[in-house]
Ligand binder design. Structure first.
Ligand code: FES
Ligand code: FES
Length: 174
């Protein structure tokens, strides 16, 4: 069991904490957290999974998107205690030891990123889309990604990357 406060060297002894157990990228993690702690801060500072980015902290940009029980969630909008007992997937969980997830490959093949700040959130949102709709139209992709902002790419290549991944995932199933 890990104390978040030990990891970030903050020990507010007078602040009550709550113990939560969250399955993160397939691994059960038990931590003591302040009830006010945001999920994004638990992920980044407590669990050291810094692939999840924090861009605005106001539910606008989508950089902090993770999957909670398979659904995209802006983790700056959710408290860590609300994730108790749930499954959380971050960008670190996408690839296996030997290969990239098709969505990651698509971003590589179609040049879907520049600075990469928005990319983890984009990829997780795309993964959730392709799991519920394996054959999306361009409009479907644009709609699904409408809560994720990119300041670099103009979106064109991001959309192409997701459609590339959809093709690959369908081919893998045939
Ligand atoms: S940091 Fe969460 S939406 Fe921008
Ligand atoms: S690649 Fe830079 S914000 Fe999207």
């Amino acid at each position: 069991m890990t104390s978040l406060y030990d990891e970030v060297q903050v020990t507010p002894s007078d602040v009550p904490t709550r113990r939560v157990t969250i399955t993160v990228n397939g691994e059960k993690r038990t931590v003591d957290v302040e009830p006010r702690l945001l999920l994004v801060h638990l992920i980044r500072q407590g669990l050291k999974l810094t692939g999840t980015h924090s861009g605005c902290d106001t539910t606008s940009c989508g950089a902090c998107t993770v999957l909670v029980d398979g659904r995209p969630v802006k983790s700056c909008t959710m408290l860590a205690v609300q994730a108790d007992g749930r499954e959380v997937e971050t960008v670190e969980g996408l690839a296996t030891a030997s290969e990239l997830h098709p969505v990651q490959e698509g971003f590589k093949q179609e040049h879907g990123l520049q600075c990469g700040f928005c990319t983890p959130g984009m990829m997780l949102t795309a993964k959730a889309l392709l799991e519920r709709n394996p054959n999306p139209t361009e409009d479907d992709v644009r709609w699904a990604l409408s809560g994720n902002l990119c300041r670099c790419t103009g979106y064109q290549n991001i959309v192409k990357a997701v459609l590339w991944a959809a093709d690959k995932m369908r081919a893998q199933q045939n």
